[in-house]
Structure formats: structure tokens, C-alpha cells
Design a protein around this ligand. Structure first.
Ligand code: 5GP
Length: 192
């Protein structure tokens, strides 16, 4: 998606450890007009698929997911991150290893909001090693819902997540795929 690539080129900052900072428009300050265009683009890319729910993960996925949900006219559920050891109640849980924070946390979603009969599209801001999406896939599976696909704003194509998910046959759509970044020059290379 050209508009997103242009924003990344203009405002993205390459940090050490292969981290791309886009917090001036994507995951801290949020450019909602851009999110609206992203919502329309995801609608096109998943046209023909039956979707009745969007599942994302707090916090960075929520803003984008809301604009996709508005396009598709479906609700958004976000998985909550928790460090509570004893998770009680009617929830599905899964573990996620954080790429940016280097620790493992639990994610939970209430059984009330995900279950059999749901046709779920996953949305997130980044795809790196695929741990966040794998955690969300596990929640969908545990709930008996059907996974329709996953929509990602920025995929880091030089990390393994995209390959793993595509090899599982998951319909994955990334609006911008970054194939390389140069920490010294700040250059960001995109897949065409
Ligand atoms: P994964 O689980 O695929 O390894 O990483 C995805 C999660 O890590 C995303 O939800 C995102 O919050 C965070 N993340 C991974 N790589 C980056 C990055 O380069 N920049 C930022 N801002 N977040 C990232």
C-alpha cells in the first residue's frame, strides 16, 4: 500500500535490534485518516471472505482494528495482556513471547466474546517472528472459532513470522513488507 510505505519512508526511524519506530503515526500518535485507508485496503484484500469478528492484541493493534471493523461492520475483540499467574474465570489463554520487550506474557480473551460460529480476521500493527499472531491463532483454535486470515500493517520480511504463517496456509495480507533496514543510514527497503 503506497500511502503506508510513503509514511514509513518519511517518518519511520530505524532503531538497533531491527526495530522500526513508527510511533509518530501508527502506534503511539495515530494517524486515523491513514487507518481509514488501511481499513478500506483490508476490506478489498479480504473481499469474498466471510468475517464476523476482528481479533487483535492490546495495545497497538486496537486502533487499526477499529477502522477495519468499521469498514466490515463487525465488532473488534482485543486480547488482553496479563501477568496474573492464576487466571480464573471463563477465558481462553495463550502465551506470547514479546519481540520488542523480550519477555513472555499471557494473553486472554473472554469466552463470552469468541466462540464457535465466529469467523475471525486477525489484525496487528507488526509481524516480526510471528509470536503475537501465533498466540492469537491459539485463542481462535481454543475457542472453536474459524480463522479467516490475518491482516498486518507492517511485515518485517527478513524475520520468520510471515513465512511460518503462510506455510501453515493462513491467508496473510501485509500492507507494507520491509525487506531490510540500515541502522546507520536509516534506509528502509520495501518488497515491491
Ligand atoms: P512478533 O510477535 O511477530 O515477533 O512481533 C510482533 C509484535 O511485536 C507486534 O505486535 C509489535 O507490537 C511488536 N514489534 C515487532 N517488531 C517491531 C518493530 O520493528 N517495531 C515496533 N514498533 N514494534 C514491533
Amino acid at each position: 500500500m503506497q500511502l503506508l510505505k510513503d509514511k514509513i519512508r518519511k517518518y519511520g526511524k530505524v532503531k538497533e535490534g531491527n526495530v522500526l519506530k513508527v510511533d509518530s503515526f501508527l502506534n503511539h500518535q495515530m494517524d486515523v485518516s491513514l487507518f481509514r485507508e488501511m481499513g478500506k485496503e483490508f476490506k478489498k484484500r479480504f473481499a469474498g471472505e466471510e468475517i464476523n469478528k476482528i481479533l487483535t492484541i492490546e495495545a497497538s493493534g486496537i486502533g487499526i482494528a477499529c477502522l477495519v471493523a468499521e469498514e466490515l461492520q463487525v465488532p473488534v475483540v482485543f486480547a488482553k495482556k496479563t501477568q496474573t499467574k492464576n487466571i480464573a474465570g471463563d477465558v481462553y489463554t495463550s502465551k506470547v513471547e514479546s519481540y520488542t520487550h523480550g519477555r513472555v506474557y499471557d494473553i486472554i480473551v473472554s469466552k463470552e466474546f469468541l466462540g464457535e460460529g465466529d469467523k475471525v480476521l486477525l489484525i496487528d500493527d507488526f509481524l516480526a517472528n510471528g509470536k503475537a499472531l501465533e498466540g492469537l491463532c491459539a485463542l481462535v483454535e481454543a475457542s472453536g472459532a474459524e480463522l479467516v486470515g490475518a491482516g498486518i500493517a507492517i511485515e518485517k520480511g527478513f524475520q520468520v513470522g510471515g513465512e511460518i504463517l503462510r506455510s501453515k496456509g493462513i491467508h496473510l495480507e501485509s500492507l507494507a513488507i520491509v525487506d531490510g533496514m540500515d541502522e546507520k543510514t536509516g534506509e528502509i527497503m520495501f518488497r515491491e
